[in-house]
Design a protein around this ligand. Structure first.
Ligand code: HSE
Length: 380
């Protein structure tokens, strides 16, 4: 039997308990052993929950309990999630997380500590919610060189952009709708400003290219300036607009961007709607492969977390499993945004100009020659 502790009993944490309970038989038959939730750490009590007797408030109980071999960090935010994860790994416990903020900021260090302590740090649910993407890149695509990634990585913004595209809803109204439906947080900054997507593209580019750039180094633009008029222009030219996390190597240097982009309707990403996510990975032997599914939500995300728990239950040590490893990128490893050439759509005076492949600085010069007020969308 493997005994686990869940840190944080919010949406995903309680979803993990639900998946482990609802699918108990199928999980046990696949593992040939039981997974038991021994502790749930939270600041709150949950007197009406069937797991009420597991709830504790002191992390040290978990840290000092040698029976706990897997810690499931579902807290969100950097601290104390990072601190508890680090302490758990140093104590020889495996850690599973869905926390993209911690993986993007501290993943290099935590993976190294896991390696040194012969345990595992897994984070399948940190990108794409329930969509398998981390393990496929690390395991199944291992014979390929990844050449590029384009992903709709944030469900909330995809929902907002879908409403704007399909119903002509304004950004402000679509955001209110997303909040009412519980997709967007009361403070939607991390979603609408592309911060969440930037963390996710950092994780994917680290896995793909072996170097982790800091999320602050991602060239990032959110969706707050996208208007319904921009959608009308895009439509008239055979495009739609999606918030895309993009990563590629330019002359061996990592380019990572998050921005609203014009997507030709012939591209499958153009048709990924509502809160769904889609990640198009380009690999040198396989060519393009699309990962599509529910990128957020309690049970989809929890199912990916439980898959990591089961993976660890089968292969407890780093020596038995395909290792995830990357180092921190230096400034030398990061491409200059102006080395990135792509077609662009310049919108000025209500008119649209489609350019050849040019860099951002040249696009800005062209745009400024038309009007002081312009927008530039890169085209995928
Ligand atoms: N806020 C995120 C989203 C949650 O909307 O995609 C899943 O990471």
């Amino acid at each position: 039997m493997k005994k686990i502790a869940i840190l944080g009993f919010g949406v995903v944490g309680s979803g993990v308990a639900e998946v482990l309970t609802q699918n108990k038989k199928i999980i046990e038959s696949k593992l040939n052993e039981e997974i038991e939730i021994k502790y749930i750490l939270d600041l709150r009590d949950f007197p009406d929950s069937p797991f009420a007797d597991k709830v504790i408030h002191d992390f040290d109980i978990i840290l000092n309990d040698s029976e706990i071999s897997i810690v499931v960090e579902m807290m969100g935010g950097s601290h104390p999630a990072y601190d508890f994860s680090k302490a758990s790994l140093l104590a020889g416990k495996n850690v599973v997380t869905s926390n993209k903020e911690v993986v993007a900021k501290f993943g290099t260090e935590l993976l190294q500590i896991a390696k040194e302590n012969n345990v595992r740090y897994l984070f399948e649910a940190s990108v794409g919610g329930g969509i398998p993407i981390i393990r496929p890149i690390n395991n199944d695509l291992v014979s390929n060189k990844i050449t590029g990634i384009d992903g709709i990585l944030n469900g909330t913004t995809n929902y907002i952009l879908t409403q704007m595209n399909e119903n002509g809803t304004s950004f402000a109204d679509a955001l209110k709708d997303a909040q009412a439906k519980g997709y967007a947080e009361a403070d939607p900054t991390a979603d609408v400003e592309g911060i969440d997507a930037a963390r996710k593209i950092v994780i994917l580019s680290s896995l793909s290219f072996g170097k982790c750039i800091s999320p602050e180094k991602v060239s990032r633009q959110g969706i707050t300036q996208v208007s319904t008029e921009d959608f009308e222009i895009a439509k008239s030219l055979g495009y739609t607009i999606k918030l895309i996390g993009h990563a590629e190597l330019i002359n061996g240097k990592i380019l990572a961007t998050v921005s609203p982009r014009f997507i030709p309707l012939s591209n499958p990403l153009a048709h990924i709607s509502d809160v769904y996510n889609g990640i198009l990975v380009e690999a040198n032997m396989l060519d393009k492969v699309l990962f599509y599914g529910k990128g957020a939500g309690k049970l989809p995300t929890a199912s990916a977390v439980v898959a990591d728990i089961m993976d660890i239950a089968q292969k407890m040590s780093n020596e038995q499993a395909p290792i995830i490893e990357w180092t921190n990128a230096t400034d030398e490893d990061i491409a200059d945004i102006n080395d990135y050439l792509c077609k662009r759509c310049i919108i000025a005076n209500g008119e649209a100009i489609i350019t050849e492949k040019i860099n951002l600085a040249d696009a800005e010069k062209i745009a400024a020659s038309y009007s002081a007020n312009y927008k530039i969308y890169s085209i995928l």
